[in-house]
Design a protein around this ligand. Structure first.
Ligand code: ADP
Ligand code: MG
Length: 633
């Protein structure tokens, strides 16, 4: 071994660059962040050959005093923090004083800057790690940082660069993150002299989203907001039908910084529980503002991960805020909407989700059908709950399997067709119908019931599983072919940790390799469930759950993911008797223990309130817009 010696500054910086400067987009990120930190209101990003040849960021920010321009390129040189205390409350995007020095060690850099009170700009160039003395230059107030020939001095890195299209994709992603977090900044992006983005300053994040992801998507997003308990949360989230295959459209910003936080992204996914098919991922743009001293930014070289002091409070806040908006009060104005003109129902707000729209349509459809008294009573009103529980709910996703074929699904009322004909065609369905393959609408004693079929079925199955678990392990059924699932090391460890609970549920999992497991058996109760999806959903939870969960929490979560996976989905047509069976289980499911992720499965429109909406409200005095028109169940 050679003698121990101190590395040259150039080499030290190259090593630091290894962490911070992975690809052209990393340089773009650092330069854009510097411009934002300098309070720029206008930023121009010019790129040539996907940043391999040139990256130039010009801003109209504060500029750097002439005597400090050279220093800006030195390592550990920053104007953003001075003492250890400053580290406790970072309010700028940068603070390490490493970026420019790192970049200058792996590329040729030219920095031109001028403050408002300087008569001219000052220029410093660094080439091959050697800095030229600063010299006067012409230029406007602000800073231009030019980076040429990236990785010229570290050819190994250059080899890892991908195609221009890929690298450019990473660059625009960085530009998007800054543009979304700072909509008031004018941002221009060009590639090889051609305009890529031209974003004038605007007040709304929605507009910026439109520029990057299309006006349609932007227009359909739903606004969410809350101020408690951990900080200010504001965001725009996608209605469930916009969900994607990946988490790529989940943007989370904390104090103006784009971060990826597993826990908060999990909270977001949880807010959509029961609303999404399988592993689909919601679209969301969430902006959190918390006291800077509650966020530790100094944990990751590119600061894309942070440590949050109030992680569990923020988790709950994100979950509750988003979920309440998706499921809760947003529905009230929608259900009132079909009231006739002059009925006083507020117009649906701009942010109403697709789900709301579907309920609205479903109710409108239903209200257009003939008056209730002319039709047979709903069978479920006569059905004994106890009898219903004897039915094969659990064993076959709540329905006899044979009933899923050969029968016509109930026809949605259309307001046309003769009454006699209608009754003849739907003797069994009576007053319960499925609308939009998603909602079950039925008559009750004093109103109209609207049920979300997936939410209800999930709830019914959950209660069923929990009830059986009280009595002992669930009966399981060996799968004809074990389902092989590839897992990460952490997921493998989680399987070990929770093996007992998994077995109790009837989910038999065996290691089949260092990173593969085979699901050998699955609870027979969930014949049509999804073994792999259930395991994956459970492991996703196990990864992010805060403190070690109690055995009860583990079982509840297992019951939940299994029920969610096995339940009928929104959009699945149901047979008449499936509808009936499901509705018959509603009362039983609701009187049983509340599930940990309790969410409404049904809405009730009270007859009294309908009368009011239709101007039959002779009792008078009550406003049509009162919020108790619709009771979330
Ligand atoms: P950091 O941003 O962590 O401080 P950098 O290496 O990115 O470290 O920048 C070093 C210093 O150079 C900054 O602290 C800032 O004072 C100055 N600087 C860099 N870019 C700009 C800019 N665009 N406008 C004004 N000052 C800048
Ligand atoms: Mg910086």
């Amino acid at each position: 071994m050679a003698a121990i010696h101190i590395l040259s500054e150039q080499l030290v910086n190259q090593i630091a660059a290894g962490e911070v400067v992975e690809r052209p987009a990393s340089v773009v990120k650092e330069l854009l962040e510097n411009a934002i930190d300098a309070q720029a209101s206008r930023i121009v990003l010019e790129v040539e050959e996907a940043g391999k040849k040139l990256i130039r960021v010009s801003d109209d920010g504060s500029g750097i005093p002439a005597e400090e321009v050279a220093l800006a390129l030195a390592s550990h040189a920053t104007s953003k923090i001075a003492t250890g205390d400053d580290l406790e409350g970072i309010t700028s995007l940068g603070f390490r004083g490493e970026a420019l020095a790192s970049v200058a060690s792996v590329a040729d850099v030219r920095l031109v800057s001028r403050t408002a009170d300087a008569l001219e700009a000052t220029e410093v160039t660094v080439s091959g790690g050697k800095a030229q003395p600063p010299c006067p230059a012409s230029g406007p107030v602000g800073t231009t940082a030019e980076v040429r020939n990236l990785f010229r001095y570290v050819p190994a890195r250059r080899k890892f660069l991908k195609t221009d299209a890929t690298e450019m994709g990473h660059i625009t992603e960085q530009a998007a993150r800054i543009a979304l977090a700072y909509p008031g900044v004018h941002l221009t992006v060009t590639h090889n002299g051609r305009s890529v983005y031209q974003l004038p300053p605007c007040e709304s994040v929605r507009e910026r989203i439109g520029a990057f992801f299309g006006a349609d998507l932007a227009a359909s997003l739903i606004e969410v907001t809350s101020d408690e308990p951990a900080g200010r949360l504001w965001g725009l989230v996608g209605p469930p039908h916009l969900a994607r295959a990946t988490t790529g459209m989940q943007y989370l910003f904390i104090n103006g910084r784009y971060v990826r936080d597993r826990s908060l992204l999990h909270a977001l996914r949880e807010a959509y529980r029961g609303l999404l098919e399988g592993r689909r991922q919601p679209v969301a743009f969430l902006m959190l503002t918390v006291p800077p001293e509650r966020v530790d930014v100094n944990v990751h070289p590119t600061k894309v991960e942070v440590r949050l002091r109030d992680a569990h409070l923020l988790y709950g806040q994100v979950l509750a805020t988003v979920r309440e908006r998706l499921l809760g009060p947003g529905l009230t104005p929608s259900v009132q909407a079909p009231a006739p003109a002059g009925g006083g129902g507020p117009a649906p707000s701009e942010g109403d989700s697709e789900r709301d729209a579907r309920v609205r349509e479903a109710v409108a459809d239903f209200l257009h059908s003939p008056p209730a008294t002319q039709q047979p009573r709903l069978p479920l009103a006569r059905q004994e709950t106890g009898v219903a529980r004897e039915a094969s709910v659990g064993a076959h996703r709540g329905m006899p399997p044979t009933s899923r074929s050969g029968l016509e699904r109930p026809r949605a009322p259309d307001g046309g067709g003769g009454e006699a004909q209608r009754v003849e065609q739907e003797p069994a369905a009576g007053r319960a119908v499925q609308l939009h393959n998603t909602y079950l609408v039925a008559e009750t004693e004093d109103g109209i019931l609207i049920v979300d079929q997936h939410a209800l079925h999930e709830r019914v199955l959950f209660e069923e599983i929990m009830e059986r678990l009280e009595r002992g392990p669930l009966e399981s059924q060996r799968l004809l072919m074990p389902v092989t699932v590839s897992l990460s090391d952490r997921e493998m460890a989680a399987v070990e940790t929770h093996r007992e609970a998994l077995a109790r549920l009837g989910l038999e999992v065996e290691a089949m390799g260092p990173r593969d497991v085979g699901i050998q058996a699955f609870p027979s109760l969930l014949e049509r469930g999804d073994p792999e999806g259930t395991l994956r959903d459970f492991l996703a939870w196990a990864q992010v759950v805060e403190s070690p969960p109690t055995p009860r929490q583990v079982l509840e979560e297992l019951a939940h993911v299994a029920a969610c996976r096995a339940a009928v989905k929104a959009g699945e047509p149901l047979k008449t008797e499936e509808i009936e069976t499901l509705l018959a289980h509603r009362d039983a499911a609701h009187t049983a223990a509340t599930c940990p992720h309790g969410r409404p499965t049904a809405l009730i429109l009270r007859k009294r309130d309908l009368e009011k909406q239709f101007g039959r409200d002779y009792a008078a005095g009550r406003r049509a817009t009162e919020t108790d028109d619709v009771l979330p169940y």
